[in-house]
Design a protein around this ligand. Structure first.
Ligand SMILES: Nc1nc2c(ncn2[C@@H]2O[C@H](COP(=O)(O)OP(=O)(O)OP(=O)(O)O)[C@@H](O)[C@H]2O)c(=O)[nH]1
Ligand SMILES: [Mg+2]
Length: 231
């Protein structure tokens, strides 16, 4: 964990106040010396989004569609890759007033670490997320290769991201052949897979509930709450 506070610039040493000049001769000194100047620094700060969950996926996998489905965020959705150019954060509201924020970042492609596509610098926005959602497109052949490529790119960026709790969100279950692909995907990975359709909303509830379980499990300061439901 990064320290929450740091000193950006030290103040200068204080001057001598009136009391310093107090003496038997001078019971009410009006003398004082000015303090030294403080340090001066120019800082450029970058805010990293701090969502609870971070979505990673290939372009067009449906990350923004999912965010629109379960939160109030309205990122653009379109049938061409790299629709999302900037990170978006959406908030899921639960009935017990708990809120989980989810970050949607631009699509990552194979070779992103060599600056292919939009590069992988956007991954910095998910570095502080408690858990990750790998969003895969089930309509693409061998969707598990997307998972491996995404993990490979994450590793190049920050190996610790691979140890982050995660689930696979297998999207586009409504499309032909998606169910067969899902079966194979499940055989080829040990990760938890939740199949959904951002288009029809199929299984959205299950995903939302599972996010809550992940959140309760990995939110150390919070007391786990057993009864909850989505708005
Ligand atoms: N059939 C079907 N289409 C979907 C589903 N989810 C998303 N799409 C479509 O897939 C396309 C891409 O969706 P986006 O949500 O923009 O994908 P993205 O992952 O945010 O893409 P980038 O921003 O380019 O990384 C759009 O045409 C969506 O309508 C789904 O579950 N089923
Ligand atoms: Mg998008």
């Amino acid at each position: 964990m990064l320290p929450r506070q740091f000193i950006a610039a030290h103040g200068g040493a204080g001057g001598k106040g009136n009391r310093f000049f107090l003496s038997n001769e001078n019971r009410a000194p009006m003398e004082a010396t000015p303090g030294e100047s403080g340090e001066e620094r120019s800082l450029q700060l970058e805010m990293k989004s701090m969502a609870h969950a971070g979505m990673v996926g290939f372009p067009n996998a449906g990350k923004s569609s999912l965010l629109r489905l379960f939160s109030n965020a309205r990122p653009a959705v379109a049938s061409y890759p790299f629709t999302t150019l900037n990170p978006h954060v959406g908030v899921i509201n639960y009935r017990d007033y708990e809120q989980i924020s989810v970050a949607d970042i631009p699509g990552i492609i194979e070779g992103a670490h060599q600056n292919r596509g939009l590069g992988f610098a956007f991954l910095r926005h998910i570095q502080r997320c408690l858990f990750l959602l790998y969003v895969l497109d089930l309509s693409q052949p061998e969707p598990w290769t997307q998972f491996h490529s995404l993990q490979y790119e994450l590793r190049q960026f920050d190996e610790s991201l691979l140890h982050r709790p995660h689930i696979i969100v297998a999207n586009k279950i409504d499309l032909p052949q998606a169910r067969e692909a899902l079966q194979l995907l499940r055989q080829k990975t040990q990760s938890k897979v939740i199949a959904v359709s951002a288009l029809t909303g199929e299984n959205a509830e299950e995903l939302i509930m599972h996010l809550r379980e992940l959140y309760d499990e990995h939110q150390p300061s919070q007391q786990n709450r057993k009864t909850y439901s989505y708005w």
